[in-house]
Design a protein around this ligand. Structure first.
Ligand SMILES: Cc1cc2nc3c(=O)[nH]c(=O)nc-3n(C[C@H](O)[C@H](O)[C@H](O)COP(=O)(O)O)c2cc1C
Length: 337
């Protein structure tokens, strides 16, 4: 698919996820086949104030490109300044978060709250569109709640204001992660606009991604929770590999991901990342719960890696002998986001 002049090769890509879709994980997802990636949300005010956390988020690997950088905010002036800063930092696409459901965000008028005040949102989109030359996209929900399912209206408004593409996670803000994502809303948006629409919600395999595309007509798919601990989800060849090759493939990806995490500067922050991702990577493998406990007690990067290597050695045979478990779909828990 193509977002204005940016070509995106592939049917599925990693969704933005705060504290998950950071640079090492995005690069790993790209290497496994994610067609493109989007940074986790970057608070526009923090960015223009030069907050170290915001600057860390925009510190991308060149190999990730093309890359979309996602802004969170509601003040047009600040968003314009922040978007220009992101373009200068190498963003190929600027995305605006219009879907974050968390009360601490929506109370400030940001995220999904932008789907409620359409006059203000229209002015905001117009200001951002006029200020940036790179493709400009938005990510929306089905609506604020069941009484306000206005994804189609918001999408049409965005298209009229020159937005180049739209991602739809069709749950409402009040649904958060409960229930099944109503994919039919994605189809409604696809039929209502001419710009590309990316579908999102509950996809955990490339087979499901293709099904979402067939059922809704969306141009491609974003995968979020289904990629946590399973970045190989983007590789269509993975599921057909023999079990031993799958295990080796996983091991290579995990070790490379850990290496990338350990190369990042702030050791304390990245040890937390290591533990978290390794806990996801080991999920569903032999005696994972015991390993998780040990991972969270390990203090240094070396200790964490030793716990992982020991687990990986021990869990190999059970993985090979329980072939029917190995492609098990993850249970998509209601992780906050
Ligand atoms: C931990 C977590 C953090 C998230 N952070 C963001 C974010 O920063 N920006 C955003 O647009 N969506 C965010 N989301 C929403 C996801 O991008 C996606 O829309 C949602 O998880 C549904 O897709 P899935 O069913 O494939 O997970 C987050 C989701 C999770 C689980």
């Amino acid at each position: 698919m193509r977002i204005r002049d940016v070509d995106i090769e592939g049917a599925a890509r990693l969704a933005p996820m705060a504290a998950v879709s950071n640079a090492p994980f995005r690069l790993i997802a790209r290497e496994c086949g994610s067609a493109m990636t989007t940074t986790e949300e970057i608070d526009a005010t923090s960015l223009v104030r030069g907050s170290p956390r915001a600057l860390d988020i925009i510190d991308c690997y060149p190999e990730e490109r093309p890359i979309a950088m996602q802004l969170l905010g509601c003040d047009a002036g600040i968003l314009v300044d922040a978007a220009q800063q992101l373009v200068a930092a190498g963003a190929d696409v600027i995305d605006l978060n219009m879907g974050c459901p968390m009360p601490k965000i929506t109370k400030q008028g940001k995220g999904a709250a932008l789907m409620r005040d359409l006059d203000a949102t229209e002015a905001l989109l117009r200001a951002m569109r006029a200020a940036i030359r790179v493709p400009f996209t938005i990510k929306i929900r089905g609506g604020w709640d069941d009484e306000h399912l206005n994804a189609v209206e918001v999408a049409q408004l965005a298209e009229d204001e020159g937005v180049d593409a739209i991602t739809v996670h069709p749950r409402t803000r009040s649904q958060r992660f409960t229930g099944k994502a109503p994919w039919e809303i994605i189809g409604d948006v696809v039929r209502a606009v001419r710009i590309p629409v990316t579908g999102n919600g509950d996809v955990t395999s490339m087979v499901e991604a293709r099904r979402m595309m067939a059922e809704t007509g969306c141009a491609d798919v974003m995968i979020g929770r289904g990629a946590m601990g399973r970045p190989w989800v983007f590789d269509e060849s993975y599921e057909n590999l023999p079990a031993a090759e799958q295990w080796d493939y996983r091991g290579r990806v995990i070790r490379r991901h850990c290496q990338l995490i350990m190369e990042r500067s702030d050791a304390r922050h990245w040890v937390t990342q290591l533990r978290k991702h390794l806990a996801w990577y080991t999920e569903g493998t032999y005696e994972a719960a015991a390993t998780r406990d040990r991972l969270f007690r390990a203090k240094s990067q070396d200790d964490v890696m030793a716990v992982f290597e020991e687990h990986w050695e021990r869990a190999r045979e059970p993985f090979l002998s329980m072939a029917h478990y190995r492609n098990a779909r993850p249970a998509l828990a209601g992780v906050e986001g």
